[in-house]
Design a protein around this ligand. Structure first.
Ligand SMILES: Cc1cc2nc3c(=O)[nH]c(=O)nc-3n(C[C@H](O)[C@H](O)[C@H](O)COP(=O)(O)O)c2cc1C
Length: 310
């Protein structure tokens, strides 16, 4: 909220040495969330297949395509995960992407089965032979990345210590139905992705939880401090509202003649008629109307209404 002046907020502030590993885990995993999930298949030196989920994971480069995930030593005894041991022995992995339809089976695959147990069989997934690497991929996954492991970077030692497994993608597979037309990428509604939060919580990226935010890119929005004072200090407009308004370039603002024209909009005309004296009675009404336009992505109309209120 930009205005009025922010009320003081209480924070629980800690340094690494203040907490044990067990105390850090729910705070880090809960706050750095939601996280995408790599469903990683590997093989050991004997060719035995392993499949485990890792949410310390992301994409870090386009050229070449690079993915990184992090197996963390078991908190109980500091022992290393099978996936980590496998990529040291055979530096290859398939990072499979998980959708909502797979999440219960994926969770089952995270159980600590003994070394050499194939979680494809345990969790009911289908192996597909990879084209470039030895670990098989998950047939049920909407996307899968065959990778060569370029580096394993230990971040520390002992219980809770992570290891960056740096993967270079050598072949990628995208299920046809998740692709947008004209090579425009992935349809987020069709991907139906899931992500991990703290504790046992997951998030499903679908339906009403998906929304778009217009990117500034090369366009230089005017910024908050350039907003007219009556907009910046509004008690109706939120930080998200002002963020949209300040994303407009100063040169793109409407002319006074255009502002006059908005008076013919039925809702604006109704408000002007209802509050002929204008001023403090009319202003919040116009701000609410602008807010409604912003919620519908009609930023230009929101600006017209707000400039009318000036
Ligand atoms: C959704 C999900 C995400 C997980 N993310 C991680 C992670 O990022 N790092 C990690 O060490 N363990 C993570 N785990 C736990 C491992 O999957 C679990 O320890 C598994 O037994 C490791 O298998 P492995 O020893 O066969 O590699 C996660 C579990 C789930 C269900």
């Amino acid at each position: 909220m930009p205005a009025p002046a922010p009320t003081p907020t209480a924070f629980h502030s800690v340094s690494p040495a203040d907490l044990t590993t067990a105390e850090w885990m729910p705070l880090l995993g809960g706050a750095v969330a939601p996280r995408p999930i790599a469903f990683v298949s590997t093989v050991d030196a004997e060719g035995r297949v392993n499949l485990s989920p890792y949410s310390f994971f992301n994409v870090f480069s386009y050229t070449p395509p690079m993915l990184v995930f992090s197996p963390v030593n078991r908190g109980r005894d500091g022992s290393e995960k099978h996936t980590l041991l496998n990529v040291r022995a055979v530096p290859e992995a398939v990072v499979n992407i998980c959708d909502y339809a797979m999440v219960q089976q994926l969770s089952l695959a995270s159980a600590e089965y003994p070394a050499g147990v194939n979680e494809f069989a345990k969790a009911g997934f289908t192996e597909l032979t990879s084209e470039q690497v030895r670990p098989p991929r998950v047939a049920e996954a909407p996307a899968a990345f065959e990778c060569v492991v370029e580096q394993v970077v230990p971040l520390s030692q002992g219980p809770g210590a992570g290891h960056l497994v740096v993967c270079r993608v050598v072949r990628a597979h995208f299920r046809q139905d998740i692709l947008l037309p004209n090579a425009a990428g992935i349809d987020p509604f069709r991907l139906d992705a899931v992500a991990r939060l703290g504790g046992d919580w997951y998030a499903r990226a679908s339906g009403a939880s998906l929304f778009e935010v217009a990117r500034p890119n090369r366009r230089l929005g005017m910024g908050f401090e350039a907003l007219p004072a009556h907009i910046r200090t509004s008690t109706v407009l939120t930080g998200n509202d002002l963020g949209q308004l300040a994303n407009v370039e100063t040169e793109a603002l409407p002319t006074p003649a255009q502002v006059e024209e908005i008076k013919t909009d039925p809702m604006v005309a109704y408000l002007l008629n209802k509050y002929p004296a204008g001023g403090p009675e009319l202003l919040p009404q116009l701000e609410r109307l602008a807010q409604q336009f912003l919620a519908e992505g009609r930023v230009a109309e929101a600006w017209l209404v707000l400039l009318l209120a000036a």
